[in-house]
Design a protein around this ligand. Structure first.
Ligand code: PMP
Length: 361
């Protein structure tokens, strides 16, 4: 008997059981090849179909326009903090960043090495509990791009709107929000995401970029860091994270077979709504994120007592509810409820919360 827990980790995080089971079933022999995808040449025909299928399915899922390139890279979202300025800060050498959490701060700090960064807005003074309301005039019209962090994994907020940046390319870190709901890709010039939340194992990073922005970096850019290298070589200039792409492809197919991102967003809104409703009605717990800006992927909550928060996390673990601690930088609790979290996980969490609350009164 396999003993699975309800895993609320922010990433690496829960993956669909059917995908794990299929991977397990194919671990000795993928499609009659006599080997696993982990062992297979990335130049083989079998892997060629895997990467092509994954790209096509992602294009269908997210309705990615034809004039965008889809790149399968390594280095995590963190390498994108450097690749973005290296590739896009090439005209005015200026970029505007919106600070909505620690990942946005890190992205901005890295970009400062390559040019002039202006913080267009920040919610830091309010502990990143809300998303600033911005309009075109808040950005420098001559900036090479504007950068936002779509879903703030640590603080549990999400942009409830896409800011109007006019003709300035809009870049977003969608690591913890990608595939949770439909988004209008054409409103962004570049979307990037580490895979280890809604897509697959850590080690794969997806970049969706308007192709006409590629190829403008300085000549001395390291070859791996140039988007052109990857666009020109179908993400196979060097060995791609083949196993991760295979798992990601299965996750994409599963989402497509379940009604695509509209259906996923309905399931996610229902799961997150249930949890927030319970927190809002409870006398013990509260969610610091502003009501209109709440994430449907990372639900952050506190009891108001650090000691009680710690106790909560330990006792939850004893009930098979794993990794409910908030990020080490802010404490409290965080339930990461990505696409693969079943309704039963939310119900089990709420029952535990009720039980824990009763014990305190
Ligand atoms: N951005 C966001 C929004 C994240 O949640 C994370 C990781 N939790 C990162 C960037 C860093 O990603 P990586 O570890 O893939 O570099």
């Amino acid at each position: 008997m396999v003993n699975r827990v309800f895993n609320f980790s922010a990433g690496p995080s829960i993956l669909p059981e059917s995908v794990l089971a299929k991977a397990a079933g194919e671990i000795m022999d993928y499609a009659g090849s006599g080997m696993s995808v982990m062992e297979m040449s990335h130049r083989s025909k079998a892997f060629g179909s895997i990467i092509e299928g994954a790209e096509n399915d992602l294009r269908t899922l997210m309705d990615i326009p034809d004039d965008y390139s889809v790149l399968f890279l390594q280095g995590g979202a963190t390498l994108q903090f450097s690749m973005i300025p290296l590739n896009l800060m090439v005209d005015s050498f200026k970029a505007d960043y919106v600070l909505t959490g620690s990942w946005a701060e890190k992205a901005a700090k890295e970009a400062e090495k390559f040019g002039n960064v202006k913080i267009a807005a920040s919610s830091k003074e309010d502990n990143y509990t809300f998303i600033p309301k911005l309009e075109y005039s808040d950005f420098r019209s001559y900036a090479d791009y504007v950068h936002i962090t779509w879903n703030n994994t640590i603080f549990g907020t999400k942009w409830p709107y896409i800011p109007d940046t006019g003709l300035i390319p809009l870049v977003t870190d969608m690591s913890s929000g990608i595939l949770s709901e439909p988004v209008d890709v054409s409103k962004f010039s570049l979307i990037y995401a580490g895979a280890q939340k809604n897509i697959g194992p850590a080690g794969l990073t997806i970049v969706i970029i308007k192709s006409n922005l590629i190829g403008r970096a300085e000549k001395r850019i390291p070859v791996y860091l140039d988007y052109k290298t990857h666009m020109d070589n179908g993400s196979m200039y060097n060995t791609p994270p083949a196993w991760n792409i295979y798992i990601a492809g299965m996750v994409f197919r599963k989402l497509l077979s379940e009604g695509g991102l509209q259906a996923a967003s309905e399931r996610n809104a229902a799961k997150a709504g249930k949890l927030y409703d319970y927190i809002d009605a409870s006398r013990l717990y509260s969610a610091p994120a502003a009501a209109g800006d709440r994430s449907i992927m990372n639900v952050v909550f506190v009891t108001g007592s650090e000691e009680l928060d710690k106790k909560f996390v330990i006792e939850a673990r004893e009930h098979g509810l794993i990794d409910l601690n908030g990020h080490r930088s802010i404490g409290g609790m965080r339930a990461s409820i990505y696409n693969a979290m079943p309704d039963e996980g939310i119900d089990a969490l709420i029952s535990f919360m009720e039980e824990f609350e009763k014990k305190q009164s």
